[in-house]
Ligand binder design. Structure first.
Ligand SMILES: Cc1cc2nc3c(=O)[nH]c(=O)nc-3n(C[C@H](O)[C@H](O)[C@H](O)COP(=O)(O)OP(=O)(O)OC[C@H]3O[C@@H](n4cnc5c(N)ncnc54)[C@H](O)[C@@H]3O)c2cc1C
Length: 397
């Protein structure tokens, strides 16, 4: 039976980043993951799962040495962000307004994970268990014991970074609140007639938004993009059953004209759920990322919140070690929860308020939200305060 300071269960983007930040503090870390990340080659098609990585997340990935590799592979920086419902209330956010060169990058999730794993493989104090799966978890007063498919480990702290369906959360009997939005999101990779763009945009409809995220590279048609189509579950199921050509025709009918010509390359759909763990830590167990909270992906904040969890945990543990405290004591871990719960809740509630407002059919509410968007764009005071503050917050600054 091997003992570690920390065992991180789940080597996705958040778990892998956490293993690295804890190893940077000199802790002995084990990382348990079900699937080995696939190697990268430039001929591989762009993956469907992409994320809008904020400036703050980029800083974290640089800190652990992964960003440089991600950039060498492929990323698409974006400088502008367009939001509107009615065309006349189109509002655009620009990196220049907050004195930045860009607002973020669109990156394939698997490349972030792979770059983090490459860094992990250079660290002598991280031991990877992969492919491995968590079978059971026991917590006593002194430690946690994890039974994996092929090994048994003990740890002072088990970190559940095993995603929305977290087994660590379930096995440690941490409850959660949440609901299904009764909506799904369809991710669609397309070729576009336009070359690589520096804008990501989202138009709101009562049935849910449609979004455009630019992707890197040159295609025979022009460039590439990821489209996100939010709608009722039944409608997404219908769209998912169409051929690529039929889906293309539906997109041309429903998306705004600024999309231009497209050719559908691939698609996938995901149900939208909201989940929040009742506590982030309990008896040698701590939750990070989607294991602790899943949020409506409308504003592209999910993994960015997870990376903020990672930084907060590194900060409280570093401080405890510096003060000579027992770094895995409940009182120390409670500081992590204090730092993160309020902010995660605020972001989740803001997304819910936006979602509810834009899906409300009342003509009065529709007029009010368009006037609000118009005001934020056209009234100089609102433009330079609210708009820029919201933008800086979304970038994690
Ligand atoms: C449609 C959609 C669009 C999104 N767009 C964005 C965006 O633009 N920007 C953004 O910030 N976020 C976005 N998100 C959210 C983002 O994808 C998630 O927040 C992020 O993937 C969570 O990362 P994670 O590492 O916490 O969990 P996961 O990515 O789920 O990783 C969990 C890992 O744990 C492993 N695992 C699970 N169970 C076990 C086990 N028992 N034993 C061992 N290993 C296990 C899994 O194999 C996996 O590797 C989007 C989500 C959706 C659904």
């Amino acid at each position: 039976m091997e003992h570690f300071d920390c065992v991180v269960v789940g080597g996705g983007m958040v778990g892998a980043a956490s293993a690295l930040t804890l190893a940077q503090l000199g802790l002995q870390v084990a990382l348990v993951e079900k699937f080995s990340p696939e190697d990268f080659s430039t001929e591989q098609a762009l993956d469907l799962r992409v994320s809008a990585i904020s400036l703050a997340s980029q800083n974290l990935l640089s800190q652990v040495g992964a960003w440089q590799q991600v950039q060498q592979w492929r990323t698409c920086p974006y400088k502008r962000l367009g939001v509107w419902e009615h065309e006349s209330a189109y509002t655009e956010f620009n990196a220049d307004d907050i004195e930045q060169s860009h607002l973020g990058h669109i990156v394939e999730n698997r490349l972030i994970q792979l770059a983090l794993w490459q860094q992990i493989n250079t660290m002598s104090n991280i031991h990877t268990f992969c492919p491995e799966s968590l079978i059971s978890l026991e917590q006593d007063n002194n430690k946690a014991t994890l039974t994996l498919t092929n090994s048994t480990l003990t740890a002072n702290l088990v970190i559940g970074a095993d995603g929305a369906q977290s087994k660590v959360r379930e096995m440690s009997a941490i409850g959660m609140t949440g609901w299904d939005y009764q909506q799904s999101a369809m991710l669609i990779n397309v070729e576009t007639s336009m070359c690589q763009q520096d804008i990501t945009w989202q138009q709101f409809f009562e049935t849910g938004p449609v979004a455009f995220l630019p992707l890197p590279g040159q295609s025979t048609l022009g460039g590439y993009a990821s489209l996100v189509w939010y709608h009722q579950r039944d409608e997404i199921t219908r769209l998912a059953s169409l051929s690529n050509l039929q889906l293309q025709q539906e997109i041309m009918k429903s998306f705004p004209k600024r999309l231009g010509d497209i050719k559908v390359l691939g698609k996938g759909d995901f149900p939208l759920t909201r989940r929040h763990a009742n506590t982030y830590q309990k008896k040698h167990v701590l939750l990070l990322g989607d294991a602790a909270h899943t949020i409506n992906p409308m504003a592209g904040q999910g993994v960015n919140l997870g990376f903020k969890d990672v930084l907060a945990l590194q900060h409280v543990i570093a401080e405890a070690i510096g003060n000579g405290e027992v770094w895995h004591d409940e009182s120390v871990l409670a500081r992590y929860e204090k730092m993160r719960r309020k902010e995660n809740l605020l972001m989740m509630s803001t997304m819910d308020a936006l979602y509810a407002s834009f899906s409300h059919p009342s003509p009065l509410i529709k007029a009010a939200r368009n006037i609000a968007l118009l005001a934020v764009n056209k009234v100089p005071f609102l433009n330079s305060t609210i708009k820029n503050k919201a933008l800086a917050y979304a970038c994690g600054l």
